[in-house]
Each structure stands twice: as structure tokens, then as C-alpha cells.
Design a protein around this ligand. Structure first.
Ligand SMILES: [Zn+2]
Length: 81
């Protein structure tokens, strides 16, 4: 009886350690992927020539090799020059 209890206790203990390690590993992976995502996001941001607002690269409007956040700003900059 004593040995069985010890074995069960040891098994439960090992399971707990494995579980904690797994959770910690997942969290580390999650943090790493999140940081990479944030870095990628920052790298993809471009600044509007008119108002200086940062916009995701997929939303920018390119005109004469300049970057704009909206059509209004791309027109505005052309009319002032
Ligand atoms: Zn703008």
C-alpha cells in the first residue's frame, strides 16, 4: 500500500512538472511570436508626408514616390506645391 501511494504520488508530481513546463513553454513561445508580430507591425508602418501619421503599409497611398494616409492628403500636397 505504501509503495503504491508513493508511485501514484510520484506520477502525479511528474505530471504536474510536465504540465507546468508545457505551460511555461507555451507562454514563452506566445511572447516570442507576439514580439515578432509587434516588430513586423512597426516595420510595416509608413509615415504620411502631409500629416505625419503612421499607417500600415497595406493602407498607404503612393503618389510621386511619396506616402500618404488618404486620397485627400495626396491631393492636398499636390495642390500646395
Ligand atoms: Zn495624412
Amino acid at each position: 500500500m505504501g509503495i503504491t501511494r508513493t508511485i501514484i504520488f510520484a506520477a502525479v508530481l511528474i505530471l504536474c512538472v510536465l504540465l507546468i513546463k508545457r505551460i511555461m513553454g507555451d507562454r514563452k513561445k506566445y511572447n516570442e511570436s507576439r514580439q515578432q508580430m509587434l516588430k513586423a507591425k512597426v516595420a510595416d508602418m509608413k509615415q504620411c508626408t502631409v500629416c505625419g501619421v503612421h499607417i500600415p503599409e497595406k493602407d498607404i497611398i503612393m503618389k510621386d514616390n511619396k506616402i500618404y494616409c488618404s486620397l485627400a492628403h495626396s491631393n492636398q500636397n499636390n495642390s500646395t506645391e
